[in-house]
Write a protein that binds this ligand. Structure first.
Ligand code: PEP
Ligand code: MG
Length: 773
């Protein structure tokens, strides 16, 4: 019969996987090895089994599993929901509740540091509550990561709720699928409850230099909680420590950076918030030498514990006490050792930073300080910028190297560069000030050094290395299918087979590129009675994409060219000269003034739909500000004979559109709404998106933009209208995360971002239950 319902983490070990799950057993082992981990206990599989037993749930569960075809995604989703509902609808057996509360009470009793509170009620500690899968599920270690985990849980009721949700996550679609494919009929689950650490310092330890593959310990550290490292908002201190099996590690390098921000937990609300680091701590070394050496020792021990597999370890320090929060394998390593960069010898060093993506490069500096400069990047340029943003990602692929002022090894620039195999040096602090546009430089991104002058580079040196970073779970645990759809913004028929297999549709097909290639302004074609030619241009442009995506939806946007954009085309000279084309005659307002344009666009879609069977095409109306615009567009669609089943949606790009979204859903009967954050941001913030001087204050993450999107998502969800995003920020993992949390139904990103967006969406879905309201 074995285990009690609850057992201390320090009481379990390797042999207890069946009762404590893989994660629990492992934590027990590393505690035994003397590694400090936050205090906690395991709610063993006996507790879950008890729930099944007392409520007689086994046959109900097995019936559903036995009758579900797991290869049918929608059937799998339905079964998963039913099973989770079953688990959540039965009360936790009282004998389990009392053991959990008792163990939680023991944690509360030695609650360390919260005595300053005025709160007279019993002071429960904040805990993390994480699922721990059992033996059958362990062949892929990552599988454990597919189940729920909750942070900052507080109070008895919320703790029990979190445990129930962890139990329910045993029936996540992926878990059911996995077990079915591996022939596991029954499964159980343990839950780990651990105290949360309110870090004064935190960071990441790598047991191998992830950039060079050098066998040393590398530590990144910042003030406060660890989140700022991953976001790249803060350049962490960097310490290198030699590895020594006998335990005599040696510090070999200390690089102190300016850490201007930190996240801390507010003791009153228990929320975390960002603060400015006090002046007198900004340039102060975060870890003392004793801490560096201790952390290195733990890291070496952990690596040994995991059979010599290099680890990426999260740590936190509170009240001078170190806690190891998480360790995971670094999934890829640099195979080829770094060769001496002979050519750089004797050259003047211009600047140093953190080598974040290995390789050498040489070329012309292209400074990117505003959005416009992105377009000026030539193939082979070395991009120098404060921090990379998602809208820079497509351009980054052309560049020979990336240099940023900010960021550490896990920041956006570092991760994206590594994924693209482009050498990158991050956290130079002042690269964008010191390096000049057009200057010739040589980049040694193994060692984080930028030299003056050009050098002939052997491209064979450039190595690609992928590291987990933006995503905190192993890529293999993330799903290729997600409930929130991942779509792509596309303009040209390129890499269609590959792209269409990876995404759930096209969230924005811009027709402007087809027109630009035709060389003639469509308004001229219409004026000259050459409407058929316009229809043909559109059909030819849309057709390959419509076919390539099969039954997956492709949203074609009606014309949205600004009057200045097509001036070079034949007929462009007749376009009106506007003082502010961005705010001018474009989008649906123009199409309604020149309805023959819109008719031709609808006609192209009608023919593809009716004659060629491309029933996956939808229509997206840009720059909408009124319900009337939608109604009139629909009337025109009717006149043309566009079948009712063709979905017609709008782009949400104006504050007006946000404010009338309810009316648009109700009276406009829109089928979908997609955020054009490029315009929405400029219009909400009052910042011309073409003005590079203002780029630094233009951000789709501004609370006003985010709030607008939240309002639209909530309203559309009430009306069952699909929401999506197709602006550049849809390619930002951080934005995808936020919008998935808001309840968006699809995210459309640039081609290069598909994999990372899918990974983030998948991870976010796995963690979705993580916040207990
Ligand atoms: C947008 O505004 O976010 C958008 C996708 O449209 P465009 O960039 O073409 O204006
Ligand atoms: Mg727009």
């Amino acid at each position: 019969m074995g285990f009690d319902f609850v057992i201390g983490l320090d009481k379990v070990g390797r042999q207890d996987i069946k009762a404590a799950g893989g994660k629990g057993a492992n934590l027990g082992e590393i505690i035994k090895a003397g590694i400090p981990v936050p205090e906690g206990f395991v709610v063993t599989t006996s507790s879950f089994d008890r729930l099944i037993q007392v409520h007689n749930l086994d046959s109900k569960v097995q019936d559903i599993i036995a009758t579900t075809n797991v290869d049918d995604t929608s059937a799998l989703l339905v079964a998963s929901q039913k099973l989770k509902d079953i688990i959540l609808s039965y009360p936790v057996p009282p004998e389990v509740v009392s053991r959990v509360i008792e163990a939680y009470g023991r944690l509360s009793n030695h609650d360390r540091n919260h005595s300053t509170r005025s709160n007279k009620t019993r002071d429960f500690p904040l805990v993390s509550v994480r699922s721990s899968a059992t033996a059958e599920d362990l062949p892929t270690a990552s599988f454990a990561g597919q189940q729920a985990s909750f942070l900052n849980v507080k109070g008895e009721y919320k703790l029990i709720e979190a445990i129930r949700k962890c139990w329910a996550s045993l029936f996540e679609p992926r878990a059911i699928f996995y077990r079915a494919k591996h022939g596991f009929s029954r499964a159980s689950i343990a839950v780990i409850v651990q105290e949360m650490i309110n870090s004064e310092k935190s960071g990441i330890i790598f047991t191998i230099d992830p950039t060079t593959g050098e066998n040393i310990v590398l530590i990144e550290a910042i003030w406060g909680l660890g989140e700022c490292i991953v976001g790249g908002e803060v350049s962490p201190d960097l310490y290198k420590v030699s590895k020594d099996k006998a335990g005599v590690e040696r510090i070999i390098d200390i690089q102190i950076s300016k850490k201007t921000k930190m996240r801390l937990r507010d003791h009153i609300s228990d929320n975390t918030a960002e603060f400015d680091v006090p002046e007198n701590k900004i340039s102060v070394q975060v870890l003392n030498e004793e801490e560096m050496l201790k952390l290195s020792r733990y890291a070496v021990e952990l690596e040994e514990h995991y059979g010599g597999v290099p680890q990426d370890i999260e740590f936190a320090i509170e009240n001078n006490k170190i806690a190891i929060l998480q360790t995971r394998a670094i999934t890829t390593t640099v195979k080829e050792q770094n060769k001496e960069f002979e050519l750089a010898k004797g050259r003047t060093v211009l600047l140093k930073g953190i080598g974040a993506s290995p390789g050498f490069a040489s070329g012309r500096v292209k400074l990117i300080l505003g959005k416009d400069e992105i377009r000026e990047v030539q193939s082979g340029d070395i991009i120098v910028t404060t921090m990379t943003t998602p809208d820079l990602v497509p351009t980054m692929s052309k560049s020979a190297a990336i240099i940023t002022d900010l960021g550490g090894r896990t920041c956006h620039a570092a991760i994206v560069s590594r994924e693209m195999g482009i050498p990158a040096i991050v956290g130079t602090q002042e690269g964008s000030k010191i390096l000049k546009d057009g200057q010739k430089v040589t980049v040694d991104a193994y060692n984080g050094i930028i030299y003056e002058g050009e050098t002939a580079i052997d491209r064979g040196h450039v190595q690609q290395q992928k590291l987990e970073g933006m995503i905190t779970k192993s890529p293999s645990s993330l799903s290729a299918t997600t409930v929130v759809k991942v779509k792509v913004n596309i303009a040209f028929p390129q890499r269609l087979e590959e792209i269409s297999s990876k995404v759930d549709g096209v969230g924005l097909l811009r027709i402007e590129h087809m027109i630009a290639q035709s060389g003639i302004h469509p308004a001229k074609l219409i004026r000259e009675g050459r409407k058929e030619e316009y229809i043909t241009i559109l059909m030819e442009g849309i057709r390959p994409i419509a076919y390539a995506f099969g039954s997956k939806p492709v949203w074609v946007r009606t014309l949205d060219a600004r009057s200045d954009e097509f001036r070079n085309l034949k007929g462009g000279e007749d376009e009106p000269v506007e003082a502010n084309p961005m705010l001018g005659w474009h989008g649906i307002r123009r199409s309604l003034d020149e309805p023959e344009l819109l008719k031709a666009e609808f006609e192209a879609i009608r023919r593809l739909h009716v004659i060629e069977g491309r029933t996956n095409l939808g229509v997206m109306l840009p720059f909408v500000i009124s319900t009337e615009e939608v109604k009139k567009s629909k009337e025109i669609a009717k006149q043309v004979g566009l079948p009712d089943e063709v979905k017609i949606g709008i782009m949400v790009e104006t504050p007006a559109c946000v404010m009338i979204i309810e009316k648009l859903c109700q009276e406009g009967k829109i089928d979908f709404a997609s955020f054009g954050t490029n315009d929405l941001t400029q219009l909400i913030l009052g910042i011309d998106r073409n003005n590079e001087n203002l780029a630094k204050i233009s951000s789709a993450f501004h609370p006003a933009v985010l709030r607008s999107m939240k309002i639209v998502i909530d309203t559309c969800n009430q009306f069952g209208v699909e929401t999506s995003i197709c602006g550049e920020s849809g390619s930002s993992t951080e934005m995808a995360r936020i919008l998935v949390r808001y309840g968006i139904k699809s995210v459309s990103c640039n081609m290069d971002a598909i994999d990372t967006i899918r990974a983030v969406v998948s991870q976010e879905e796995q963690d979705r239950n993580a916040t207990l309201d």
